[in-house]
Structure formats: structure tokens, C-alpha cells
Design a protein around this ligand. Structure first.
Ligand SMILES: CC(C)(COP(=O)(O)OP(=O)(O)OC[C@H]1O[C@@H](n2cnc3c(N)ncnc32)[C@H](O)[C@@H]1OP(=O)(O)O)[C@@H](O)C(=O)NCCC(=O)NCCS
Length: 183
């Protein structure tokens, strides 16, 4: 049966809630997290900016189509997984994911969340491809995406400056046909 929330073994992908704000605030200014993201996070994020993002998600009509990664039993916030852009004509979705607390990273939650989103994107939204970009030093992310069938499609050389060095941006993608094989 098709359910609006998506359930994995340990987690669910659920709708955003007002109470998620305090949990989002914990990572939006954490360099360990935001150094892996875009320059949208270059300056400290004021409370209002996080609140405003959450408001658009609560309205439900934002361009970003997103889920909160939550504990399956308690619904407690763990992180976010979003289709930050969807190209409906070419059937390509761009993925963004964050697991807020360090103690929840590296335990397979990212993989579980991505697999749920892949099933949703390919089999319910009828997308043909998911893609994402990551910083070349994000080994944890790279390994996680590889486990989920993403392959490296290319690198943009030295287009991201952080902590005194220029770093590459890696483009990864997975096709629906390849995802079916990797299940
Ligand atoms: C990227 C992210 C979503 C991945 O989720 P996750 O739950 O940590 O990923 P998983 O546990 O499923 O997989 C991570 C893999 O990297 C491995 N790993 C963890 N730390 C590592 C390190 N320092 N070096 C190499 N491998 C590492 C893990 O062992 C695991 O592989 P395994 O299952 O073969 O053991 C999460 O780490 C995160 O939110 N990071 C901070 C924000 C971020 O980088 N967002 C993505 C931007 S593109």
C-alpha cells in the first residue's frame, strides 16, 4: 500500500514540523556540517533564515520537495533529505542531505534515507535520474552515495575555496535503471 510517509528499518521520512526548528538550528552553524555544503552557509545563519526555510516547507508549496529524516518509533528529528531541484521535463532530481548530529553519522542512516528517497523519486515521481554535488574532501558522503549506486560523473576543478585551499566539486549521479540493479 502506498503511504505518504516513507518507512525504513530504523527511520521514517516524514513531513517537516514546527518543532524541527530547534534541531535544525543545531547544525546550520556547525562547521563540520556546513563546510560540506554550499556557500549559502558561508555566513552565520540567523534564526530568521532557518525559520523562513522551515516556513516555506510547512507551507508545502516550495520548489524544494523535502522530508525530515526521523526516528521511526518516536518521530524525533535526525536530519533532512530534500529534492532541492526537480527538472520535470528531463526527469532529473537534485538531492541534498544532512544528518544533524555527529553521533548519528557513519551508521548507515544516510544510506537508508537515500534508498527510501530513491524508491520515492523513481517509482512514485517517475524521475529517471538523481544527481548531487559534493566537496572532494567529503569522504563519508562519497562512500555513502557509492553504496546507494551513485557514480562519479566528473569533477569541477578548484571551484570551491575553504580554509585557505581551493578544492574540487564532484558530480555524482544514479539512473533509475542502475538503481534497480543495485537494490
Ligand atoms: C553525508 C551524510 C549524509 C552521509 O550519511 P551517513 O549516515 O553518515 O552515511 P552512511 O553511514 O550510510 O555511510 C557513510 C560511509 O562512510 C564511512 N565513513 C565514515 N567516516 C569516514 C571517514 N572519515 N573516512 C572514510 N569513510 C568514512 C562509513 O563507514 C560508511 O561506510 P560503510 O557503511 O561502508 O562503513 C552524513 O555523513 C552527513 O550529514 N554529513 C554532514 C553533511 C554533509 O556532508 N551532507 C552532504 C553534502 S553533499
Amino acid at each position: 500500500m502506498i503511504m505518504p510517509r516513507l518507512y525504513g528499518e530504523r527511520i521514517m521520512l516524514r513531513e517537516y514540523k514546527k518543532e524541527d526548528l530547534e534541531h535544525m538550528r543545531k547544525w546550520v552553524n556547525d562547521p563540520e556540517v556546513v563546510n560540506n555544503l554550499s556557500d549559502l552557509f558561508l555566513f552565520p545563519h540567523p534564526h530568521r533564515v532557518t525559520e523562513s526555510f522551515l516556513d516555506t516547507m510547512l507551507e508545502g508549496n516550495a520548489e524544494v520537495k523535502g522530508f525530515v529524516i526521523a526516528d521511526k518509533e518516536t518521530e524525533a528529528y535526525i536530519g533532512q533529505i530534500d529534492l532541492i531541484k526537480t527538472d520535470w521535463k528531463n526527469r532529473v532530481g537534485t538531492l541534498g542531505i544532512v544528518i544533524g548530529a555527529k553521533e548519528n553519522r557513519g551508521k548507515g542512516i544516510g544510506e537508508e534515507a537515500i534508498r527510501l528517497l530513491q524508491d520515492f523519486a523513481f517509482n512514485r515521481l517517475n524521475l529517471n535520474k538523481l544527481e548531487l554535488t559534493l566537496r572532494d574532501y567529503n569522504v563519508q558522503g562519497y562512500k555513502c552515495y557509492q553504496k546507494c549506486g551513485f557514480v562519479e560523473e566528473g569533477r569541477i576543478m578548484q571551484n570551491f575555496y575553504v580554509d585557505g585551499i581551493y578544492t574540487d566539486t564532484i558530480h555524482m549521479g544514479v539512473l533509475k535503471s542502475e538503481y534497480e540493479k543495485s537494490k
